[in-house]
Every structure is written in C-alpha cells, then in structure tokens.
Design a protein around this ligand. Structure first.
Ligand code: FAD
Length: 395
C-alpha cells in the first residue's frame, strides 16, 4: 500500500517508520525545508554553534520513544545520569537539594530525609494517591491544593514542565498519566534523559536516514493544502492545520508557549547535567558543552515582558544561584508561541481519536487523544497508533 504522511515532526516520522517497517511505500510530505517540527536543532549564527529549539527532557519510562530510537539506531545517543536524581535549587533562599528516587517500584526514597523533598514528611506523600482517583474535570491544585513543600518543590515544577500549563489550570488526569508511567513504576522508569548532541542528531536525522534506506520518500518544502481522495493518509500536522484539511474536525484550540534562553558560556555539569530551579522565572537549566540553556514553560504569563528584560532577569537568577560572572554572555531567546496545547480539562476533551470518519485518513500528533500530555512520548505513540489504525480498518 502507498501511504502519504503529512508532516515530518516526531509523530509523522514515527508513523512513517512503523508503516515502512510493515512493508508499505511511504511518502512523507513536509511543509518546511527540514524535518523535526517542534523538536529540531539548527546552527545559530549569533552563537556560532548548533542549538535545539528548546531543551527536551524525557524519562527512561518513555517506552515508545525508546523503541523508536532503537528502530532508527539512535538509542545510544541519549545522555543522562545513571541514578534517578533531580537536583534542585531555590532562587529565593539558595537552598539546594536532590530528589533521589530508588530504582525499584516501591518508593523507599520517601522514607529518607536526604532523598525526599526537604520540608516534607512521610504522610505528605499520601496526597499523591489522590491523583489515582482524579476525574476528567479536576485540576492539579483543585485536587491536592496549592501550598506546602511537596507542592512547591515537586508537583508544581512537575506540572509546569510536563503539562506546560500552570497547576491551577492543568488537568490532574494528565499529570497522573505521567506519574503512572514514570515515578509510579520506580526509578528505573524515571531516569532523566536528553539528546547527547542535539534533538535532530538523536530523534530526526537518524529517522530520515533510516526511512530513505528502507525505500521511503521524504519531500521537503511540500505544503499540503488538500487531501487526495482515496489516498491512504496520516495527517501529522499541528491541530489547526489538521482542522483545515479535515472540515468539521474538533481539535484543541488553546496553546501555551515555552521560552528557551541559550547563553554562550560554560558551567560545570554538576551531578546530573541539569537543575530544576524554584521560586523565580527560570525553571530548568541545562549545562551543555558550550551553552547554558534555560527553559521557562507555561510562558504565556511572561508574554508582556520584553525578551531582553527576560534575559536580564534570568541571567540575574543564574548569577545568584550558580555564582556566575555578572556580565551577560551572547545569548539567543527562542520563544515557541504554540509549543503545546494548554493541558486543561477543557482542552483535553477536544483531543480527537486517531481515526476520522474517512477510513483512509488517520490522525497523529501530540494533540490527539494519546492519554499523555503533549510530549515526545505522546507524539511518537500517536504516530505508532495512526500507522496501526490505517492497517486495521474498523470491521
Ligand atoms: C520549546 C519546546 C520544548 C519542549 N520540551 C519538551 C520536553 O522537554 N519533553 C517532551 O517530551 N516534549 C517537549 N516538547 C514537546 C515536543 O516537542 C512535541 O510534543 C513534539 O515535538 C510534537 O511532535 P508532532 O509531530 O506531534 O508535531 P510537530 O513537531 O508540530 O510536527 C508537525 C509537522 O507538520 C508540518 N506541517 C505543518 N503544516 C503542514 C502542511 N500543510 N503540509 C505538510 N507539513 C506540514 C510542520 O512543519 C511540522 O514539521 C517541547 C516542545 C517545545 C516547542
């Protein structure tokens, strides 16, 4: 069978690999002159080096992403600590702590004062069980409240980074889907991982090479404006494009931005290579070989602030926490306006199924109803699901 895959982001590439593996002739049509969509690397002339459009963190429990990397021969291109550790710093107080899970699924770490979140007691962790009973309309703070050390030092940063939505608005069931596939399965599933060199070198370029080597066609700068009747097609575009291609399709319509600031400087990688920061603007800091990168998720709340003012404030935080030189180094601000859909209970309900009313047309994308928030794992899982749905028409 000949299949068109529209969009060469992670969802489209995962679908294309799955269909190619199953022996179908795949043509990938991508509007941009390059693949990767919202997860890509490029050479930045201002900084004189390659950077990612944004820091992307995944977990060892992201099994669909790991098997995708295995298929395209890139599994070894991930980097991360051997232990499930998450070093944190408080911007306000300078306090430093490292969340240190244990490998197995029973959470021994919550019994250890040095491994759990400082300021928490054993009984506080009972509130995590509430997520198991979360209902579709529950928000994170609606379910567990919005105060206390466990919230401020763990659940809030987790909700903001995994759901790209502030916890007062974020869906509790979406956070539970992340918890159940990582922390709940233990430290082995919660090892932090990221691309050793860059997103394209790990997730994108090896997939393009693999697809071409297996007979698939990849056509860049091919913007699809209408579906070809009767053609088996995976629509793996962002939701607003899918809604244009498929009239009547209901899709999430509210989005959150993510701001990444890349500073051309070096700092020692510490025990993990990254830090979570609480109590300021900066949320995650990655020490790459020639760049220090800061991620600010759910960044719509800062849209009114001028980009250079953001740089000043974020650098001041890094200076305070890591005792860096006060002079701001060369930098690049990348503000992805529609980084993900807003993971609110309302938007979650608008996520469509893989199948459409046309049996020849299926959907892929982190915005489809994967059960996960908009993440690498969700995007890849949606691509696999789309490929399988096309192969198994209803009935
Ligand atoms: C700054 C940032 C940081 C992130 N951090 C993380 C993280 O830490 N961890 C994590 O797991 N996830 C993270 N994500 C989310 C992750 O990047 C996305 O979930 C994933 O890349 C989405 O892939 P996709 O294929 O669904 O969509 P996209 O990447 O948007 O792919 C859609 C593709 O369709 C193409 N297209 C659009 N219109 C057409 C058309 N008409 N014809 C042909 N092609 C078309 C686009 O050019 C694009 O290549 C982050 C995202 C951003 C933006």
């Amino acid at each position: 069978m000949s299949v068109h895959v529209i969009g060469a982001g992670l969802a489209g590439l995962a679908a294309a690999c799955q269909l190619t593996e199953l022996g179908h002739h795949v043509v990938v049509l991508e509007a941009a002159p390059h693949a990767g969509g919202r997860a890509r690397s490029y050479f930045d002339k201002q900084l004189g080096c390659r950077i990612d459009n944004g820091n992307h963190l995944m977990m060892s429990g992201n099994i669909s992403a790991l098997s995708y990397l295995h298929r395209i021969g890139a599994r070894r291109s991930l980097l991360g600590p051997a232990e499930p550790i998450f070093p944190f710093r408080s911007i306000k107080t300078g306090e430093a702590w490292t969340l240190h899970l244990n490998h197995g699924s029973f959470p021994w770490w919550i019994f250890s004062k040095t491994r759990r979140v400082p300021g928490t007691q054993l009984h506080h962790y009972r509130s995590l069980l509430k997520f198991k009973r979360a209902k579709p309309n529950d928000t994170v703070t609606g379910l567990i409240g919005g105060s206390g050390a466990l919230f401020n030092k763990l659940l809030k940063p987790m909700a903001i980074s995994a759901l790209n939505t502030m916890p007062e608005e974020a869906s509790a069931t979406a956070l539970q889907s992340v918890i159940s596939e990582t922390m709940e399965r233990g430290g082995y599933a919660t090892l932090p991982r990221w691309a050793r060199v860059g997103l394209s070198e790990t997730f994108i370029d090896p997939a393009i090479d693999w697809l071409r080597a297996h007979g698939a066609e990849i056509r860049f700068s091919e913007r699809v404006t209408a579906l070809t009747p009767g053609q088996a097609t995976v629509v793996a575009t962002p939701p607003w494009i899918a809604a244009e291609l498929i009239p009547g399709l209901v899709v999430p319509a509210e989005f959150e931005s993510i701001c990444n600031i890349h500073f051309k400087c070096q700092m020692p990688p510490g025990e993990a290579g990254f830090w979570g920061l609480v109590g300021g603007i900066s949320e995650w800091v990655f020490a790459r070989p020639d760049v220090v990168s800061v991620t600010i998720s759910a960044a719509n709340r800062y849209l009114g602030i001028d980009a250079e003012e953001m740089v000043r404030r974020v650098w001041a935080e890094l200076v305070k926490v890591f005792a860096l030189d006060a002079e701001i180094p060369a930098h690049r601000v990348l503000w992805e306006r529609r980084a993900t859909f807003r993971t609110t209970p309302e938007q979650m309900k608008l996520r469509p199924n893989t199948r459409t009313s046309n049996p020849n047309v299926v959907l892929a994308g982190d915005w489809t109803d994967t059960g996960l928030p908009a993440t690498i794992e969700g995007a890849i899982r949606s691509g696999n699901a789309a490929a399988m749905a096309l192969m198994r028409p209803i009935g």
